[in-house]
Design a protein around this ligand. Structure first.
Ligand code: PHB
Length: 356
Protein backbone atom coordinates (compact mmCIF):
# COMPACT_ATOMS: atom_id res chain seq x y z
CA UNK A 1 0.00 0.00 0.00
CA UNK A 2 1.36 3.41 -0.86
CA UNK A 3 1.76 6.07 1.79
CA UNK A 4 -0.91 8.62 2.42
CA UNK A 5 -1.35 11.58 4.76
CA UNK A 6 -3.09 9.44 7.36
CA UNK A 7 -0.55 6.64 7.54
CA UNK A 8 1.87 6.65 10.49
CA UNK A 9 5.59 7.22 10.06
CA UNK A 10 8.62 6.52 12.21
CA UNK A 11 10.89 9.52 12.62
CA UNK A 12 14.06 8.30 14.33
CA UNK A 13 12.62 6.86 17.53
CA UNK A 14 9.36 8.84 17.33
CA UNK A 15 6.12 7.37 16.01
CA UNK A 16 4.06 10.04 14.28
CA UNK A 17 0.39 9.12 13.81
CA UNK A 18 0.10 10.90 10.45
CA UNK A 19 2.23 12.72 7.88
CA UNK A 20 0.60 16.11 8.29
CA UNK A 21 3.13 18.56 9.72
CA UNK A 22 2.36 22.05 10.96
CA UNK A 23 4.92 24.27 9.20
CA UNK A 24 6.92 26.89 11.11
CA UNK A 25 5.08 30.21 10.95
CA UNK A 26 6.02 33.58 12.42
CA UNK A 27 3.01 34.99 14.35
CA UNK A 28 4.68 37.79 16.40
CA UNK A 29 2.67 37.25 19.57
CA UNK A 30 5.37 36.77 22.22
CA UNK A 31 5.27 38.87 25.41
CA UNK A 32 7.53 41.79 26.50
CA UNK A 33 10.37 39.37 27.36
CA UNK A 34 10.19 37.84 23.86
CA UNK A 35 8.85 34.77 25.70
CA UNK A 36 5.87 32.58 24.85
CA UNK A 37 2.87 32.93 27.18
CA UNK A 38 -0.61 31.49 27.79
CA UNK A 39 -2.06 32.72 24.48
CA UNK A 40 0.65 30.84 22.57
CA UNK A 41 0.07 27.71 24.70
CA UNK A 42 -3.55 27.63 23.57
CA UNK A 43 -2.59 28.12 19.90
CA UNK A 44 -0.20 25.16 19.86
CA UNK A 45 -2.47 22.98 22.03
CA UNK A 46 -5.30 23.46 19.52
CA UNK A 47 -3.06 22.14 16.72
CA UNK A 48 -1.59 19.11 18.56
CA UNK A 49 -3.28 16.54 16.29
CA UNK A 50 -0.69 17.37 13.62
CA UNK A 51 1.70 14.43 13.21
CA UNK A 52 4.41 16.96 14.11
CA UNK A 53 4.36 20.66 14.98
CA UNK A 54 7.36 22.78 14.02
CA UNK A 55 7.22 26.01 16.02
CA UNK A 56 7.54 29.47 14.60
CA UNK A 57 11.18 30.46 14.13
CA UNK A 58 12.81 31.20 17.48
CA UNK A 59 15.86 33.50 17.82
CA UNK A 60 18.80 31.72 19.48
CA UNK A 61 20.18 34.86 21.15
CA UNK A 62 19.41 38.59 21.39
CA UNK A 63 21.80 39.04 18.43
CA UNK A 64 19.71 36.66 16.30
CA UNK A 65 16.47 38.68 16.43
CA UNK A 66 15.07 40.17 13.24
CA UNK A 67 11.44 41.00 13.99
CA UNK A 68 9.38 42.32 16.92
CA UNK A 69 7.45 39.85 19.07
CA UNK A 70 9.27 36.65 18.08
CA UNK A 71 9.67 34.20 20.98
CA UNK A 72 13.33 33.35 21.65
CA UNK A 73 15.04 30.27 23.07
CA UNK A 74 17.95 31.74 25.05
CA UNK A 75 16.58 32.92 28.45
CA UNK A 76 15.10 31.07 31.45
CA UNK A 77 11.83 33.00 31.04
CA UNK A 78 11.56 31.84 27.44
CA UNK A 79 12.32 28.23 28.41
CA UNK A 80 9.54 28.38 31.03
CA UNK A 81 7.10 29.74 28.44
CA UNK A 82 8.00 27.06 25.91
CA UNK A 83 7.77 24.35 28.61
CA UNK A 84 4.10 25.18 29.08
CA UNK A 85 3.65 24.74 25.32
CA UNK A 86 5.48 21.40 25.07
CA UNK A 87 3.56 20.10 28.13
CA UNK A 88 0.24 21.11 26.55
CA UNK A 89 1.09 19.51 23.19
CA UNK A 90 2.32 16.31 24.85
CA UNK A 91 -0.82 16.12 27.03
CA UNK A 92 -2.80 16.02 23.78
CA UNK A 93 -0.55 13.25 22.41
CA UNK A 94 1.29 15.53 19.97
CA UNK A 95 4.95 16.06 19.02
CA UNK A 96 6.75 19.37 18.71
CA UNK A 97 10.15 20.54 17.38
CA UNK A 98 11.42 24.11 17.79
CA UNK A 99 12.92 25.97 14.84
CA UNK A 100 16.27 27.65 15.68
CA UNK A 101 16.74 31.00 13.97
CA UNK A 102 19.43 33.60 13.38
CA UNK A 103 18.24 36.41 11.10
CA UNK A 104 21.58 37.95 10.12
CA UNK A 105 21.14 40.73 7.55
CA UNK A 106 17.32 40.39 7.79
CA UNK A 107 17.31 42.52 10.92
CA UNK A 108 17.78 46.15 11.84
CA UNK A 109 19.90 48.05 14.41
CA UNK A 110 16.64 49.03 16.17
CA UNK A 111 16.07 45.36 17.03
CA UNK A 112 19.61 44.46 18.13
CA UNK A 113 21.54 44.95 21.41
CA UNK A 114 23.36 48.32 21.45
CA UNK A 115 21.82 49.08 18.06
CA UNK A 116 24.40 46.83 16.46
CA UNK A 117 24.69 46.58 12.70
CA UNK A 118 23.21 43.27 11.46
CA UNK A 119 25.76 40.68 10.35
CA UNK A 120 25.99 38.65 7.14
CA UNK A 121 28.53 36.70 5.11
CA UNK A 122 29.08 39.77 2.93
CA UNK A 123 28.18 43.46 3.19
CA UNK A 124 25.25 43.24 0.77
CA UNK A 125 22.09 45.13 1.69
CA UNK A 126 18.77 43.32 1.13
CA UNK A 127 16.28 45.27 -0.94
CA UNK A 128 13.34 47.01 0.61
CA UNK A 129 12.11 47.72 4.11
CA UNK A 130 11.79 45.75 7.32
CA UNK A 131 9.52 46.00 10.34
CA UNK A 132 10.93 47.59 13.51
CA UNK A 133 9.28 48.70 16.78
CA UNK A 134 8.71 52.06 15.08
CA UNK A 135 7.23 50.71 11.87
CA UNK A 136 8.84 50.00 8.51
CA UNK A 137 12.43 51.16 7.89
CA UNK A 138 14.84 50.41 5.03
CA UNK A 139 17.23 47.49 5.52
CA UNK A 140 20.77 48.65 6.33
CA UNK A 141 24.01 47.43 4.81
CA UNK A 142 25.11 44.52 7.02
CA UNK A 143 28.60 43.99 8.38
CA UNK A 144 30.50 40.99 6.97
CA UNK A 145 31.32 38.59 9.81
CA UNK A 146 34.99 38.00 10.57
CA UNK A 147 35.78 34.29 10.25
CA UNK A 148 36.89 34.39 13.89
CA UNK A 149 33.32 35.35 14.91
CA UNK A 150 31.64 32.25 13.49
CA UNK A 151 32.50 29.98 16.41
CA UNK A 152 30.69 32.37 18.76
CA UNK A 153 27.50 32.03 16.73
CA UNK A 154 27.89 28.26 16.59
CA UNK A 155 28.11 28.35 20.41
CA UNK A 156 24.82 30.29 20.49
CA UNK A 157 23.18 27.52 18.44
CA UNK A 158 24.49 24.95 20.91
CA UNK A 159 23.18 26.94 23.87
CA UNK A 160 19.75 27.26 22.23
CA UNK A 161 19.76 23.51 21.55
CA UNK A 162 20.38 22.94 25.27
CA UNK A 163 17.59 25.34 26.20
CA UNK A 164 15.27 23.47 23.80
CA UNK A 165 15.98 20.25 25.70
CA UNK A 166 15.18 21.95 28.99
CA UNK A 167 11.94 23.25 27.49
CA UNK A 168 10.81 19.68 26.75
CA UNK A 169 10.82 19.73 22.97
CA UNK A 170 10.92 16.45 21.04
CA UNK A 171 13.59 17.86 18.75
CA UNK A 172 14.88 20.91 16.92
CA UNK A 173 14.79 22.16 13.34
CA UNK A 174 17.79 24.17 12.19
CA UNK A 175 16.50 27.04 10.03
CA UNK A 176 18.80 27.00 7.04
CA UNK A 177 16.24 28.61 4.74
CA UNK A 178 14.45 31.73 3.53
CA UNK A 179 17.35 34.17 3.43
CA UNK A 180 18.31 34.08 7.10
CA UNK A 181 21.92 33.79 8.24
CA UNK A 182 22.72 30.14 7.42
CA UNK A 183 21.01 30.43 4.03
CA UNK A 184 22.91 33.67 3.38
CA UNK A 185 26.09 31.57 3.64
CA UNK A 186 24.76 28.69 1.49
CA UNK A 187 23.72 30.71 -1.55
CA UNK A 188 26.20 32.60 -3.70
CA UNK A 189 23.97 35.64 -4.31
CA UNK A 190 24.55 36.64 -0.67
CA UNK A 191 27.91 34.96 0.02
CA UNK A 192 30.81 36.59 -1.77
CA UNK A 193 33.46 35.70 0.78
CA UNK A 194 36.96 34.67 -0.18
CA UNK A 195 37.85 32.91 3.09
CA UNK A 196 37.08 29.31 4.13
CA UNK A 197 33.36 30.19 4.47
CA UNK A 198 32.85 31.35 0.89
CA UNK A 199 33.51 30.42 -2.73
CA UNK A 200 33.17 26.66 -3.23
CA UNK A 201 30.08 24.68 -2.15
CA UNK A 202 32.27 23.00 0.49
CA UNK A 203 33.14 26.39 1.94
CA UNK A 204 29.61 27.79 1.76
CA UNK A 205 28.34 24.75 3.67
CA UNK A 206 31.03 24.97 6.35
CA UNK A 207 29.03 27.18 8.75
CA UNK A 208 25.92 24.96 8.48
CA UNK A 209 28.07 21.88 9.07
CA UNK A 210 29.59 23.47 12.17
CA UNK A 211 26.11 24.30 13.48
CA UNK A 212 24.83 20.75 12.81
CA UNK A 213 27.91 19.28 14.53
CA UNK A 214 27.31 21.52 17.57
CA UNK A 215 23.59 20.87 18.01
CA UNK A 216 24.14 17.12 17.49
CA UNK A 217 26.37 17.17 20.57
CA UNK A 218 23.23 18.16 22.50
CA UNK A 219 20.56 16.17 20.64
CA UNK A 220 20.71 12.75 18.99
CA UNK A 221 20.98 13.37 15.23
CA UNK A 222 17.59 11.70 14.70
CA UNK A 223 15.98 14.51 16.72
CA UNK A 224 17.47 17.24 14.53
CA UNK A 225 15.73 18.39 11.35
CA UNK A 226 16.94 20.93 8.79
CA UNK A 227 15.02 23.32 6.54
CA UNK A 228 16.45 24.50 3.22
CA UNK A 229 15.16 26.63 0.33
CA UNK A 230 17.05 26.10 -2.93
CA UNK A 231 15.24 28.81 -4.92
CA UNK A 232 13.16 31.00 -2.64
CA UNK A 233 13.80 34.61 -3.65
CA UNK A 234 12.26 35.96 -0.42
CA UNK A 235 14.67 38.32 1.41
CA UNK A 236 16.62 39.22 -1.76
CA UNK A 237 18.04 35.74 -2.17
CA UNK A 238 19.48 34.09 -5.27
CA UNK A 239 21.89 31.40 -6.31
CA UNK A 240 23.70 30.94 -9.62
CA UNK A 241 22.98 27.20 -9.86
CA UNK A 242 20.49 25.95 -7.28
CA UNK A 243 20.04 22.45 -8.72
CA UNK A 244 23.77 21.76 -8.75
CA UNK A 245 24.60 23.44 -5.46
CA UNK A 246 21.73 22.00 -3.45
CA UNK A 247 22.38 18.54 -4.91
CA UNK A 248 25.80 18.81 -3.30
CA UNK A 249 24.41 20.08 0.04
CA UNK A 250 21.75 17.36 0.17
CA UNK A 251 24.24 14.63 -0.73
CA UNK A 252 26.52 15.78 2.08
CA UNK A 253 23.67 15.59 4.58
CA UNK A 254 23.17 11.87 3.96
CA UNK A 255 25.91 10.83 6.38
CA UNK A 256 24.25 12.68 9.27
CA UNK A 257 21.05 10.62 9.49
CA UNK A 258 19.01 13.57 10.66
CA UNK A 259 15.34 13.33 11.68
CA UNK A 260 14.32 14.80 8.33
CA UNK A 261 15.18 17.25 5.57
CA UNK A 262 12.50 19.92 5.14
CA UNK A 263 12.45 21.66 1.75
CA UNK A 264 10.37 24.71 0.94
CA UNK A 265 9.99 23.92 -2.75
CA UNK A 266 9.97 26.73 -5.27
CA UNK A 267 9.51 30.40 -4.52
CA UNK A 268 7.43 31.47 -1.52
CA UNK A 269 6.35 34.66 -3.27
CA UNK A 270 5.66 33.63 -6.88
CA UNK A 271 5.13 29.86 -6.22
CA UNK A 272 7.30 29.26 -9.31
CA UNK A 273 9.30 26.01 -9.26
CA UNK A 274 12.38 25.69 -11.44
CA UNK A 275 14.39 23.20 -9.41
CA UNK A 276 13.70 19.48 -9.92
CA UNK A 277 12.66 18.51 -6.38
CA UNK A 278 12.06 14.80 -7.01
CA UNK A 279 15.71 14.69 -8.14
CA UNK A 280 16.84 16.26 -4.84
CA UNK A 281 14.51 13.94 -2.95
CA UNK A 282 16.12 10.92 -4.60
CA UNK A 283 19.62 12.10 -3.67
CA UNK A 284 18.51 12.29 -0.04
CA UNK A 285 18.45 8.93 1.73
CA UNK A 286 16.45 10.00 4.79
CA UNK A 287 12.99 11.38 5.46
CA UNK A 288 11.99 14.19 3.11
CA UNK A 289 9.39 16.77 4.15
CA UNK A 290 7.84 18.84 1.36
CA UNK A 291 6.34 22.31 1.81
CA UNK A 292 4.98 25.32 -0.07
CA UNK A 293 1.36 25.70 -1.14
CA UNK A 294 0.42 22.02 -0.87
CA UNK A 295 -3.26 21.18 -0.43
CA UNK A 296 -4.64 17.77 0.43
CA UNK A 297 -4.77 16.50 -3.16
CA UNK A 298 -1.30 17.64 -4.11
CA UNK A 299 0.05 16.18 -0.88
CA UNK A 300 -1.62 12.81 -1.46
CA UNK A 301 -0.28 12.65 -5.01
CA UNK A 302 3.26 13.56 -3.89
CA UNK A 303 3.17 10.92 -1.14
CA UNK A 304 1.76 8.27 -3.48
CA UNK A 305 4.45 9.03 -6.07
CA UNK A 306 7.19 8.71 -3.47
CA UNK A 307 8.17 12.37 -3.92
CA UNK A 308 8.07 13.00 -0.15
CA UNK A 309 7.46 11.27 3.19
CA UNK A 310 5.84 14.16 5.09
CA UNK A 311 4.07 17.35 4.02
CA UNK A 312 4.21 20.59 6.02
CA UNK A 313 1.14 22.83 5.76
CA UNK A 314 1.29 26.48 6.73
CA UNK A 315 -1.69 28.73 6.02
CA UNK A 316 -4.26 25.89 6.29
CA UNK A 317 -3.07 25.31 9.88
CA UNK A 318 -3.48 28.97 10.78
CA UNK A 319 -7.20 28.83 10.01
CA UNK A 320 -7.90 25.18 10.85
CA UNK A 321 -6.64 23.95 14.20
CA UNK A 322 -8.29 20.60 13.41
CA UNK A 323 -6.80 20.36 9.92
CA UNK A 324 -6.08 16.62 10.29
CA UNK A 325 -9.72 15.88 11.15
CA UNK A 326 -10.99 18.07 8.32
CA UNK A 327 -8.68 16.48 5.72
CA UNK A 328 -9.52 12.98 6.95
CA UNK A 329 -13.27 13.60 6.73
CA UNK A 330 -13.22 15.80 3.61
CA UNK A 331 -14.70 18.71 5.53
CA UNK A 332 -14.57 22.27 4.20
CA UNK A 333 -11.74 24.48 5.47
CA UNK A 334 -11.94 27.84 7.24
CA UNK A 335 -10.32 30.65 5.28
CA UNK A 336 -7.29 32.35 6.76
CA UNK A 337 -7.46 36.09 7.45
CA UNK A 338 -4.17 37.55 6.22
CA UNK A 339 -4.61 40.75 8.24
CA UNK A 340 -4.10 38.82 11.52
CA UNK A 341 -1.10 36.71 10.48
CA UNK A 342 1.53 38.89 12.17
CA UNK A 343 1.00 40.31 15.65
CA UNK A 344 -2.15 41.08 17.60
CA UNK A 345 -4.16 39.05 20.09
CA UNK A 346 -6.35 35.93 20.07
CA UNK A 347 -8.28 37.25 17.08
CA UNK A 348 -7.15 35.31 14.00
CA UNK A 349 -4.94 33.20 16.25
CA UNK A 350 -6.86 30.99 18.68
CA UNK A 351 -10.43 31.84 17.64
CA UNK A 352 -10.74 29.86 14.39
CA UNK A 353 -13.60 27.38 14.89
CA UNK A 354 -13.19 23.62 15.03
CA UNK A 355 -15.50 21.59 12.77
CA UNK A 356 -18.73 20.37 14.44
C1 PHB B 1 8.59 36.04 8.27
O1 PHB B 1 8.55 36.50 9.41
O2 PHB B 1 8.09 36.61 7.32
C2 PHB B 1 9.30 34.78 8.05
C3 PHB B 1 10.00 34.21 9.10
C4 PHB B 1 10.67 33.02 8.90
C5 PHB B 1 10.65 32.43 7.67
C6 PHB B 1 9.95 32.98 6.64
C7 PHB B 1 9.26 34.17 6.82
O3 PHB B 1 11.31 31.30 7.47
Amino acid sequence: MSNDLFSPITLGDLELPNRIVMAPMTRNRANQDNAPHSLNVEYYRQRATAGLIITEASPISPDAVGYPGTPGIYSETQVAGWKDITDAVHAEGGHIFIQLWYCGRISHPDLLPNNATPVAPSALRPEGDTITYEGMKPFVEPRALESSEISGIVAQYKHAAEMARQAGFDGIEVHGANGYLLDQFLRDGSNQRTDEYGGSVENRMRFLNEVLDAVCEVWPNNRVGLRLTPENSFNSMSDSSPQEHFSYFVEQLNTRQLAYLHILEGDMMTKERNVNYPALRHIYQGIYMANNAYDKNRAQTALANGDCDLVAFGVPFIANPDLVHRYQNNLPLNEADQTTFYGGDEHGYTDYPFAE
